[in-house]
Design a protein around this ligand. Sequence first.
Ligand code: ZN
Length: 242
Amino acid sequence: MRVALISDIHGNLHALQAVLEVIDGEDMDGIWCLGDTVGYGAFPNECVEIVRERADICLAGNHDLVAVGDLGISEFSELAASAARWTRGVLSEDSRAFLADLSPYRIGRRYALYHASPRDSVWEYVLSAGVASACFEAMPTPVAFVGHSHAPLHFTDRNGEIAGQVARDGQRIRLDQGRAIVNPGSVGQPRDGDVRASWCVLDTEAQEVVHRRIEYPVADASLAILEAGLPPELGERLYVGR
Ligand code: ZN
C-alpha cells in the first residue's frame, strides 16, 4: 500500500491542489492528513472540504482546535492569534463540524499518527534528538508520523542510538532498520527555507518513506492572504519558506 502523508496545509489551497495533482497522477492507495488544515491561509473552508473528501484519516492540529474553540486563542503568539480570529470568523458550519470531530492522534498496530508528538499530540515540537528520544520511549509503535514543526524530518532509534536529520526532496528513509519518527513537513507553510509544498509517501510493503516537494503558485497564495485582510507577514513568509 502506498499512502500519501500530508500535514499543516494551513488554508493554502494552491499548495494543496499542487500536491493532490501529483498524488492523483500516481498509484496511491490512501491519504493521511496530520492536522492544521486551517489557520494562516486564505482558504480554510476550501481546504477542509477537500481533506474531508479525500483523506482516509485526518487529525486535528492546534490551529484546528483553536479555530473551533476547543483551545483558547490566548495560547497563540500574536500573529497566529490574529490569523485564528480571522479563521473563526469565516469558518462555515460544515467546516467547524468536521474539524470539531477530529482527534489529534491515531494509534495503529505499526503506525501511530500525532499532530505534534507522541508525548503531547497537540503542542510539542520534535526538533531535537533529545526530544525524539523521549518520544520514542512514549510511543507504542515502531513508526510514528508527526507534523506541527513544518520541517520535513526523520529520527531513527537503533537500539537506543538516536539520529535525526532534515529530509530533502526525493530522500528515501528505511523503516525496517530500527524505530522511526517521520515528519512529512508542511504542505501550506514550509519553514525549512524551501518554499515548495512538502509531503511524503509511505510504502508499507517496501517499508520506506520517500520525502517529496512540489512547486505551487506561491504568489497567488500570498496575494490571497493579503486580499483576505490577514496579516501581510503570513503572505510574505511563503516566499522564503520560513
Ligand atoms: Zn501547523
